[in-house]
Design a binder for this molecule. Structure first.
Ligand code: SF4
Length: 772
């Protein structure tokens, strides 16, 4: 069996040594890189060949890649690198990697064209002044072959181990048994749908109710498809840490039932959660865990993935342990390990973000990936956030203050110019909120110049990072990246602060935003790059809304898994005499409180009450306390810390009684599990419709233009999705029984009822107004 490896991956494995050094970043964007390569090619003579597909073998190793350019007239193979800042600051480890790659390409070309020798050139293009710096060596074909063989030999032992691992993994997965013996109700249907989608290389949108065992059902089915579909990796993506833990728990459960299964799984966490030295910079002169990183990486990597042939789940603690035992950075070790594991559990942004690690690795190494997207209803909002960039006046003000002492005059001037353009824009705007047809031109140029100046500055003085300057710089870079791709999927808006908000000293007062409304054009290629994908959640209705906004492939399939719960477990009551519309808020307080108290008297126990805002929540809670002081209640407050959230949830016990007040769409409205007596009912004093404000009205207009359904896409669907998620907290197991009060007359409308789960519909009347 042959092992295929990309030239870059091969050389990164064999030729990187010394410190981890990220001083030479931020790197050019992909578009800047492509444009830079085109500039170099345009300067070469006729006959210059670009993007040469090359490959070659050594033993069981098949090496492939694309060389940047070949000039037949000069007999020169070129490896082109674009950069910003100063080339003489480039770390040695980067340069040696570039030489290693260029020489491998050199041998592959000599072999392909029957050449006896070549000039090998590293061409560095400065994206600022567009000057090229070229380093050239002449190599004979024999020298290049020896170089190629040396790299291959260093990699071969590892590759053979990988091949053995993969063969054993696939053998074991073919006979993997479901770890619980029996599937839960609905779980088998879900698992079968996931398996079918994986086998046919399709994208599946799976709605499956809470309690049906989605995490285990999807993971198990995907694992079973791995050997047949020859998948390299499974990528399990979640919106929240709690979802990651569920996936790791499921993997551990599978491992307990099949200890002989050699499967390696890895948890990816954010840098700020994994960093051991948050006050340092990521290079050897600053951080001890970056010093000599590549020298110690092989030992750390080997230790983390051992013993060979065993079940390994590398959660955050395990990666940290392996990293610290070998004095390397845990965060960057986990990035290295992502190449060699079978299952990666991470956040959405690890695959979908603009510069996402997993997508980048998958592209570079041509991995066949099986994608699982947990709680996929969150991907609309998270996708929008990933492709949105904001410039905040306070960030500019802080950056300007921080550079007054030490930074270069160029940076100060560049920041001042950004400020002048920003203030001019601010003065020209009368309305508190305005949408622009394009990004303001003068400000865009000022930001580009500022980004170049700061990049040069960072290359000059990398040892002591200026965090205020860096923050503004990263804001600007994200905005510039998105400005390059501005289209109908996004808008440019400028918002002035409300009259009550304090003015930020030293900056324009407006916030400038490239706001993504439809993430589909960004997400679509990511789904297309995966061999198969499953997006699953308890709330994915209507499916066309998610397909449109997430950019699912045209041939995607949908499955709506039947609920494992019986209709008689849940009474659904609509309080038609209550309106929670903003203008009826004051009048709604008294009937809401009366209904809560009546329900509590009928069946004392634990309830959750959801509201559209903290103000509304507070008003109802105060009235309830005045009128029914005997009824215990506890309240979600703004910006609750994790410990406070835990305390809130700890009030729900098997023997406690009372009502917890929470905000719809907040931390207690999804992802929490309070089975049995811990929660016996919920009150929904809202349809969850997003507030009508200028931004949401823009979303409505754009949704109307693009999908012909403005109100539903902007308000109704996102609102009802939150209602169903929140109500879904009540019934968690087949033994649970509970009640949901939908407190608004609009819940009686047909278009609203159509968005409620089907299994609610058959609830018995029980002398109350139930959903028919
Ligand atoms: S420990 Fe922190 S500062 Fe050091 S290399 Fe890792 S991420 Fe960078």
């Amino acid at each position: 069996m042959r092992y295929a490896v990309a030239v870059r991956e091969l050389c990164e494995f064999t030729a990187k040594q010394g410190d981890l050094d990220l001083r030479f970043t931020p790197a050019p964007t992909a578009l800047e890189g492509i444009a830079g390569h085109a500039v170099v090619a345009s300067r070469r003579g006729p006959g210059y060949r670009t993007e040469l597909s090359l490959c070659g073998d050594h033993g069981d190793l098949h090496v492939r890649g694309r060389a940047d350019g070949f000039d037949p007239a000069l007999q020169r193979l070129e490896e082109v690198k674009t950069y910003k800042g100063r080339l003489d600051r480039q770390p040695d480890s980067h340069r040696s990697l570039h030489w290693a790659q260029a020489k491998v390409y050199g041998w592959l070309l000599c072999q392909h064209e029957g050449l006896s020798g070549l000039d090998i050139a590293l061409v560095y293009l400065n994206l600022g002044d567009r000057q090229e710096t070229v380093f050239t060596v002449h190599c004979t074909a024999t020298e290049l072959r020896q170089h190629f063989e040396r790299q291959c030999e260093r990699f071969l032992a590892w590759a053979e181990q990988q091949l053995t691992h993969r063969a054993a993994r696939d053998d074991a997965l073919r006979s993997l048994a479901f770890p619980f013996g029996e599937f839960r109700a609905g779980q088998r249907a879900l698992a079968e749908a996931v398996y079918r989608a994986a086998m046919s290389g399709r994208c599946l949108l799976a709605q499956a109710p809470t309690g049906s065992g989605k995490t285990m059902g999807t993971l198990f089915a995907q694992l079973r498809a791995v050997p047949t579909r020859q998948l390299d990796k499974l990528v399990f993506l979640t919106a929240k840490t709690s979802g990651r833990q569920l996936a790791l728990d499921a993997l551990n459960r599978i491992g307990t039932g099949a200890p002989q299964l050699p499967l390696r799984s890895l948890e990816l966490v954010a840098r700020d959660k994994a960093c051991e030295y948050p006050d340092k910079a990521c290079h050897g002169d600053s951080c001890p865990l970056a010093r000599g990183f590549y020298d110690r990486l092989p030992a750390a990597r080997g230790a983390a993935l051992s013993p060979a042939g065993a079940w390994v789940v590398l959660d955050r603690a395990a990666v940290r342990d392996a990293a610290l035992r070998h004095a390397v950075c845990p965060y960057y070790l986990s990035q290295e390990l992502a190449r060699w594991v079978d299952v990666v559990v991470g956040d959405y942004n690890h695959y979908f973000d603009l510069g996402a690690l997993l997508h980048g690795l998958a592209q570079a190494n041509q991995w066949r990936i099986g994608l699982l997207v947990d709680e996929a209803h969150n991907l609309v909002g998270r996708g929008r956030a990933m492709y949105t960039a904001e410039l905040l006046p306070e960030h500019l003000a802080r950056a300007r203050r921080s550079v007054t002492a030490g930074a270069s005059a160029t940076v100060r001037r560049a920041l001042d110019k950004v400020r002048r353009c920003w203030v001019a824009l601010d003065k020209a705007q009368v309305a508190p909120y305005e949408v622009h047809a394009a990004f303001p031109g003068r400000l865009l140029i000022a930001l580009q110049q500022c980004a170049a100046a700061v990049t040069d500055h960072l290359a000059e003085v990398p040892a002591q990072p200026d965090f205020a300057l860096l923050q503004f710089h990263f804001d600007a870079l994200q905005l510039l990246r998105l400005a390059e791709r501005l289209d109908a999927h996004s808008l440019v808006d400028v918002s002035k602060p409300s009259a009550r908000a304090p003015r930020s000293a030293g900056a324009g007062t407006s916030t400038i935003c490239i706001r993504n409304l439809v993430p589909a054009p960004f997400l679509q290629p990511r789904f297309a790059a995966a061999h198969c994908s499953t997006l699953f959640s308890a709330t994915l209705q209507p499916t066309h809304y998610y397909a449109d906004l997430l950019g699912l492939p045209a041939d995607h399939v949908c499955v709506d898994v039947a609920s494992p719960f019986r209709a008689e477990q849940l009474q659904v009551r609509i309080a038609s005499h209550i309106s929670t519309r903003y203008r009826h808020r004051a009048a709604s307080l008294s009937p809401i409180v009366a209904l809560m108290a009546q329900q509590f008297e009928e069946r004392p126990g634990n309830y959750l009450a959801f509201f559209s805002s903290y103000e509304y929540l507070q008003q109802v809670a105060e009235l309830l306390a005045r009128r029914h002081p005997w009824l215990p209640n506890w309240i979600q407050s703004r910006r609750m810390q994790e410990a406070e959230q835990r305390q809130f949830l700890q009030r729900f016990t098997d023997t406690s009684q009372g009502i917890g007040f929470a905000v719809l769409g907040g931390v207690f409205a999804e992802g929490i599990d309070l089975p049995g007596r811990r929660l016996i009912g919920a009150f929904l004093s809202t349809l969850g419709l997003p507030q009508v404000n200028p931004v949401n009205e823009q979303i409505r207009r754009r949704m109307q233009q693009m999908f012909g359904s403005g109100h539903d896409y902007a308000y109704l669907y996102p609102g009802l999705q939150k209602v169903v998620q929140a109500a879904g907290r009540v019934i968690r197991t087949p033994a649970d029984r509970g009640v949901v009060h939908l407190m608004d007359d609009r819940f009686n409308r047909d278009e609203v009822k159509a968005l409620l789960p089907g299994w609610w519909m058959a609830a018995p009347a029980d002398g109350q107004r139930d959903v028919p």
